[in-house]
Ligand binder design. Structure first.
Ligand SMILES: [Zn+2]
Length: 112
């Protein structure tokens, strides 16, 4: 749902009130009241979004450590390395060797 900005309401209301007042007070009285309602809606929306944005600001401040945790999760260098199919690990010393190696290049243990 696309929300209309409170400033749009205030601008529309302002022009309706000003326009109807300037052009013809009696004939455009309806538009004058409509503009007044728009102004009120805009002010209410302005207060509502202000209180809402301050709430969201507090929420984002609380969720900052969670975002930092996500960032470290996005860089699982070691995890990605261990998942590589081109590498196998020595049972004795846990050194990574090529998948086709028969013996560990560090300790010489036989690789399964
Ligand atoms: Zn080894």
């Amino acid at each position: 749902m696309a929300e209309i900005h409170w400033l749009v309401y205030i601008i529309i209301g302002f022009f309706l009130v000003l326009g109807s007042w300037a052009i013809d007070q009696e004939r455009l009285l309806f538009f004058y009241y409509v503009g007044f309602i728009f102004l009120l809606v805009g002010i209410v929306k302005f207060i509502y979004t202000k209180s809402k944005s301050s709430e969201e600001g507090q929420k984002s401040r609380h969720s900052k450590p969670a975002n930092m945790g996500q960032r470290s999760y996005n860089q699982p260098v070691h995890a990605a390395h261990s998942k590589s199919p081109n590498v196998k690990y020595c049972q004795a010393c846990r050194t990574a060797s090529y998948y086709f190696a028969n013996y560990c290049h560090k300790c010489g243990a036989r690789l399964s």
